[in-house]
Design a protein around this ligand. Sequence first.
Ligand SMILES: NC(=O)c1ccc[n+]([C@@H]2O[C@H](COP(=O)([O-])OP(=O)(O)OC[C@H]3O[C@@H](n4cnc5c(N)ncnc54)[C@H](O)[C@@H]3O)[C@@H](O)[C@H]2O)c1
Length: 338
Amino acid sequence: MATRVLLTGGAGYIGSHTYVALCEAGYECIVLDNFSNAAHGVPDVLEKITGAPVQLVEGDVLDRGCLDHIFHAHHIDAVIHFAALKSVGESIANPLAYMQCNIGGLVTLMQAMKAAGVYHLVFSSSASVYGNPEALPVPETAPLSYASPYGYTKLACEQIIAQAGAADPKWAVGVLRYFNPVGAHPSGLIGEDPKDVPNNLMPYIAKVAAGELPQLSVFGNDYPTQDGTGVRDYIHVCDLAAGHVLSLKSLLEENAGHLVNLGTGQGYSVLELLDAYSKACGRDLPYQIVERRPGDPAASFADPQRARDVLGFQASHSLDEMCASSWHWINTGAQKPG
Ligand SMILES: NC(=O)c1ccc[n+]([C@@H]2O[C@H](COP(=O)([O-])OP(=O)(O)OC[C@H]3O[C@@H](n4cnc5c(N)ncnc54)[C@H](O)[C@@H]3O)[C@@H](O)[C@H]2O)c1
C-alpha cells in the first residue's frame, strides 16, 4: 500500500509543487486547504498534471473536528504542514491573526496527530528565524531571532516542535528552513500568483514584466554587497519540492527528525535577479532606487551542507531557469487556475 501523506495548505504555492513531486515519487496525498490564499481551480490543475484525481478536503487546520475526521477516515502515515499566513507586512499590521493561524494551527494539528497516533511531520519553517544573520553562509547553528510577527511565529513553532519532541520521543519532525522559493512548475500550470501587490521580489518583478506594475522599487543600493543591493538565496520551487520528498523519506526510514536549511548556498543581488528576469522576458525592466526598508538584512544565503549530508539534498536549478520558469507561468495565464 502506498504511503499516505496529508498536505495542509497543499493547494498553495509550495504545497502544490510538493504535491506533484510526491505523486511522482509514488506517495498518495490528501490535500487540506481553506483556500484563503489559493485558487479553487488548483486541484483540477493538479489532476491535469498528475493524471489522477485529487483527494481534497476544504477545511481549516484550526478546526480540530475537521482534522479528527480526516485522521479517522484515512490511514495517514505522515503530515506536511504548509498551511500558514506568510506576509511579513500583513503580520506587522495584524499580528494576532498570524499567532492564531500559524501557532494555533500547528498546535491544533499536532494534537490531532497525537490523538491519531501519527508522529511523522514535515514543517515549513523559514530563513526568517535567522533575523539579520551575523555570518554568511548561514548554518543551522546560527543565532535565532526574528524581525516581524511572521518570523516570530516560525521561531515559536520550531520551539513548540522541539518541546513536544522532548516530552514524547515518538515525534519525528523534519523542520525545513526555506530560503527564498521562486519559479514555477515546467508545465506552466502552477506557480505563485499573489492576490495583492506581491511582498516578495520575484513575483513583484514578474508583475512588472507582465506590465501589471510600472516599475520595481529597489530598497537601498548602499549595502556592503557586490552592487550595493540586498543579496538573497533564491531556490527553485521544484528543488524545494524535491527537498520535501527527501525529508519525508528520511523521517519514515530513520524514524528520527532533522532540521535543515533548504537553499542553494548562492546569493544573488536584487539587480542580478532583475537582470536575469530581463533576459527571461526579453526586455530591460524599469526600476528605481529608494530608501532601505527597516529590518532588511544586507545579505542572507544558506549553508546547504547539512541538508546535503542528512538528506542528500542538492538544488539543481540555475537563476536563469528560475526566472524562465516564472515567466513561462505568467505567460500561460489562459490556463491559470482561478
Ligand atoms: N513562499 C515563501 O517565500 C516562504 C518562505 C519560507 C517559508 N514559507 C512557508 O511555507 C509555507 C507555504 O508557503 P507558500 O508560499 O506555499 O504559501 P501559500 O499562501 O501559497 O500557501 C499556504 C496555503 O495554506 C492555505 N491556508 C492558510 N491558512 C490555512 C488554514 N488555517 N487552514 C487551511 N489552509 C490554510 C492557503 O489557502 C494556501 O493554499 C508557509 O508555512 C510559509 O510560511 C514560505
